[in-house]
Design a protein around this ligand. Structure first.
Ligand SMILES: *[C@@H]1O[C@H](CO)[C@@H](O)[C@H](O)[C@H]1NC(C)=O
Ligand SMILES: *[C@@H]1O[C@H](CO)[C@@H](O)[C@H](O)[C@H]1NC(C)=O
Ligand SMILES: *[C@@H]1O[C@H](CO)[C@@H](O)[C@H](O)[C@H]1NC(C)=O
Ligand SMILES: *[C@@H]1O[C@H](CO)[C@@H](O)[C@H](O)[C@H]1NC(C)=O
Ligand SMILES: *[C@@H]1O[C@H](CO)[C@@H](O)[C@H](O)[C@H]1NC(C)=O
Ligand SMILES: *[C@@H]1O[C@H](CO)[C@@H](O)[C@H](O)[C@H]1NC(C)=O
Length: 357
């Protein structure tokens, strides 16, 4: 403050010929003893935290402080209301200062609704001795959001970021949670969590918080994609083909995204014998499947299918095809015959009808 005064005085000496300017500066020099300073003048606070607004004020000697008031959203020419009388603030506002020079306050459980400019005003025992420290301290309240890449493939590195809408005034340590459990390995730096060579166990819902604060961010899902694993074939029934029936084989796998593309192979046969998640085995042999997704593929162990002698479906199918026409004709004949007998029944009823009435 005193440095300011000296500086302004020097300015006025240098600019001596410019009288109106000197006059302006002189006002400042005279009033330099009246002031409020806020440090810092911009605060970025986490939701639900307590904010200390550090503040000091000065006034010329010979004045006695009568009233100290914090206000918000100052409007020129209007006396802004005392926040300690405002029901939205009275419970949360604590004046830590004094009636001499310290005007610090604490505002607890801040919410987004508290984002305003706050000013300190003091009144002295003399009618000209009033001062409002404008501009005041600007409060911004932020929440935290976890930023996660949409998906990451196993083995790659991934960086999760705990984002706030403004740079937090308090230098804070970040804490990370996966599925609500705090992560103990310290793999984080500033507001980032680095997962190196991601494993599928790293998938989960991540949230972040600040050490010493109650607020926890909403959780964000980390999706780890990976090629098929644990590919296996299950068999319906015993795996024995009886009476020209088939045996159904089903391929299952653990993969993300789920494998939708399956190939079936017969052992010692290079080309695929089928596709799709299930396969009907009509012959004896050892069969295995291969599950694919965009990250890779894996094959299962082989399962054994045995056909009983004489249960070769192919033979039956061929027989059915050649005999098909003959069977069709027989069915048609039977159908026509049945239709005709129904018609005959109807005729009989009609004939009988007049007799009964
Ligand atoms: C003002 O008061 C607060 C709370 O008592 C204290 O922490 C702070 O250091 C004081 N500031 C000055 C400049 O004395
Ligand atoms: C806000 O903080 C208080 C303690 O300071 C805590 O009891 C409360 O649960 C917190 N509320 C939220 C929404 O985090
Ligand atoms: C999948 O295979 C791994 C070993 O590669 C094993 O640890 C895990 O238990 C298997 N999971 C299932 C569901 O079979
Ligand atoms: C992960 O991403 C894959 C590929 O987009 C998707 O198919 C799968 O459903 C996602 N899984 C989860 C748990 O979100
Ligand atoms: C299934 O995977 C095989 C082998 O990678 C590939 O040749 C074929 O085009 C895939 N089919 C579909 C429908 O993706
Ligand atoms: C497939 O070939 C291997 C040798 O390459 C042989 O040991 C195995 O018995 C054969 N399996 C069948 C079902 O023919």
């Amino acid at each position: 403050m005193s440095f300011n005064t000296i500086y302004l005085t020097l300015m006025s000496v240098r600019m001596a010929p410019r009288l109106p300017l000197i006059f302006l500066l002189m006002i400042h020099v005279v009033s330099a003893d009246w002031g409020v300073s806020y440090s810092p003048s911009h605060i970025c606070a986490l939701k639900n935290s307590s904010v200390i607004m550090s503040c000091t004020y000065t006034y010329p000697t010979g004045y006695k402080i009568e009233k100290v008031v914090w206000t918000k959203n100052i409007v020129k020419g209007k006396e802004s209301p005392d926040l300690s009388k405002d029901p939205e603030y009275s419970q949360r506002l604590q004046y830590l200062g004094d009636k001499k020079q310290n005007c610090t306050i604490r505002l607890s459980h801040v919410t987004q609704k508290d984002q305003h400019m706050y000013c300190f005003r003091f009144t002295t025992d003399k009618s000209d001795g009033k001062w409002t420290g404008y501009p005041g301290v600007t409060l911004t309240v932020t929440d935290l959001q976890v930023e996660v890449p949409e998906r990451v493939t196993e083995g790659h590195n991934v960086r999760l970021t705990c984002k706030s809408s403004c740079t937090l005034t308090d230098r804070a340590t970040f804490i990370w949670y996966r599925n609500s459990q705090p992560l103990t390995e310290r793999r984080d730096r500033n507001n980032q969590l680095l997962l190196q060579s991601v494993r599928r166990e790293d998938a989960g819902r991540y949230s972040c918080a600040l050490h010493g604060h109650t607020y926890i961010s909403p959780a964000a899902q980390l999706n780890v994609t990976y090629p098929p694993r644990n590919v296996s074939v299950s068999i319906t029934g015993s795996g024995v083909i009886v009476e020209g029936d088939s045996v159904t084989l089903i391929c299952s796998s653990d993969s993300n995204p789920p494998a939708l593309n399956f190939s079936w192979f017969k052992e010692n046969q290079s080309s695929a014998v089928g596709s799709g998640q299930s396969f009907s085995a009509l012959q004896s042999g050892r069969f295995y499947c291969e599950a694919h997704n965009q990250h890779g593929s894996q094959r299962s162990d082989a399962v054994t299918v045995t056909a009983h002698p004489g249960a070769d479906r192919n033979v039956i199918v061929i027989a059915a095809t050649s005999g098909g026409l003959f069977i069709f004709i027989i069915i048609i004949i039977l159908f026509i015959k049945r239709k005709m007998s129904v018609k005959t029944d109807l005729t009989i009823t009609k004939v009988n009808h007049p007799d009964t009435t």
